[in-house]
Design a protein around this ligand. Structure first.
Ligand code: HEM
Length: 401
């Protein structure tokens, strides 16, 4: 019996080093994640794209979710969460996926999202107004977290007072906690969202995004209460755990590359286009969400048998030297088109236009208000969150000036 390679326990602290080794060896490897889950990890760009779209690969959690337990070495605790939070489009294949995505897509067109720009600018300005020159703050806590969570709560009509709870719950759900912590957070989240969806369903329809979704009727087809709860959950979690870390990872990259920071300070009009480079260099999603093979799949000459969990590392694909020259280097003027930070294929991030808008506003305002901001900790002391899904720091201490 061969022993499986196991990713080092401190993998999340330095995933790029590990990915570079794996990528050089082959497009995909069968290995164990730090907590013992056996997966096939894809690290090369071309094969990542293939795995994200191949018809042999499914995202149907109802049918394939049992593989998590089947492939765990016993150390992986039961992470199955409330069924009410799971019936969302990221856990489905067509036609279920097509139906749910269609109902929500209209609200997230680039044009519709662009109309939100003034409000996003206002929220960012209010947050920055609370900070002063000379302050030493955790930029995630003071700015990068409250901006997207405020935006997504407003979209869903959720009172802002609940945002600390949400942060806690979603943190528990996405990082390695105990089974009890995960269950407790999931139940609390499900109960809150159930109450919220019911209240909106009973109220008179209004022109807010979530009210429109609750009352949406597509030729007689409506979202059930359970589907609405799952949809709200997906939007809340996807809508803030990611954007906060895109902002954080980008600011860290800039503070570690002063000559690149200078380019953006001198030419802020480059910020919108540079978003793609920040997404490529250190996107906030490491491995894409759960996928498994329904049939054998050939990935660059390696056959993944049926019934295997396939994990696609987006941050590894985005640093494939076959695709991007000098991939570990931040270059705010490069064309980073084609990066996979938002995924690829039918599950491509629905919130991409909103995420790009939030990032553009956040970085533009931050650099304009505090052009001399600097790191207030040695880069080596910064700690990354214990998650294979989310690539983001625990804290980002900065000095404002
Ligand atoms: C920088 C910010 C963001 C990044 C990097 C990001 C990344 C991703 C990725 C990689 C996927 C696909 C996952 C997979 O295929 O396994 C995805 C899907 C999704 N994202 Fe985002 N996301 C971001 C922000 C947002 C925002 C702001 C929202 C909502 C307001 C959002 C909503 C969604 C939804 C609903 C899906 C599921 C789409 C589907 O299954 O068809 N995301 N996102």
């Amino acid at each position: 019996m061969t022993t499986l390679t196991r990713l080092p326990d401190d993998y999340v602290q330095n995933p790029h080093e590990v990915h570079d080794l794996l990528r050089a060896e082959g497009p995909v490897q069968e290995l164990q994640l730090p907590r013992g889950l056996k997966v096939w990890l894809v690290t090369r760009y071309d094969e990542a794209k293939l795995a994200l779209t191949a018809p042999q690969v499914s995202k149907n959690v109802l049918e394939g979710g049992h593989l998590m337990a089947a492939h765990s070495s016993g150390e992986v605790e039961n992470r199955e969460i409330e069924p009410t939070l799971s019936v969302h489009m990221l856990n489905m294949d067509p036609p279920g996926h097509t139906r749910l995505r269609k109902l929500v897509t209209k609200a997230f067109t680039a044009r519709r999202v662009e109309l939100m720009r003034p409000r996003v600018q206002e929220i960012a300005a209010e947050l920055l107004a609370k900070l002063a020159d000379g302050d030493e703050v955790d930029l995630l806590e003071a700015f990068a977290f409250p901006l997207p969570i405020t935006v997504i709560c407003e979209l869903l009509g959720i009172p802002i007072d609940n945002r600390a709870d949400f942060r806690e719950w979603s943190n528990q759900l996405l990082t390695f906690g105990t089974a009890e912590q995960v269950q407790a957070a999931a139940s609390a989240m499900a109960a809150f969202l159930h109450q919220h969806v019911t209240a909106i369903a009973e109220a008179e329809p209004n022109d807010t995004f979530f009210s429109a979704l609750v009352h949406a009727d597509d030729s007689g087809d409506r979202l059930s209460t359970e589907e609405l709860i799952s949809m709200a959950f997906l939007l809340l979690v996807a809508g803030h755990e990611t954007t906060v870390n895109l902002i954080g990872n980008a600011v860290l990259a800039l503070l570690r590359n002063p000559e690149q920071l200078r380019v953006l300070k001198d030419r802020p009009e480059l910020i919108p286009a540079s978003t793609e480079e920040f997404l490529r260099l250190e996107g906030p999603v490491n491995v894409a969400t759960f996928r498994y093979t329904k049939e054998p799949l050939d990935l660059g000459g390696v056959t993944v048998p049926a019934g295997e969990i396939v994990m696609v590392s987006l941050i590894a694909a985005n640093r494939d030297p076959e695709k991007y020259e000098n991939p570990a280097q931040l270059d705010v003027t490069r064309s980073a088109q084609g990066h996979l930070a938002f995924g690829h294929g039918i599950h491509f991030c629905l919130g991409a236009p909103l995420a790009r808008l939030e990032f553009d506003v956040a970085l533009t305002q931050l650099l304009a208000r505090f052009p001399n901001l600097s790191l207030a900790a040695e880069p080596e002391t910064l700690v990354w969150r214990d998650s294979t899904l989310i690539r983001g720091l625990h804290t980002l201490p900065v000095r404002l000036a």
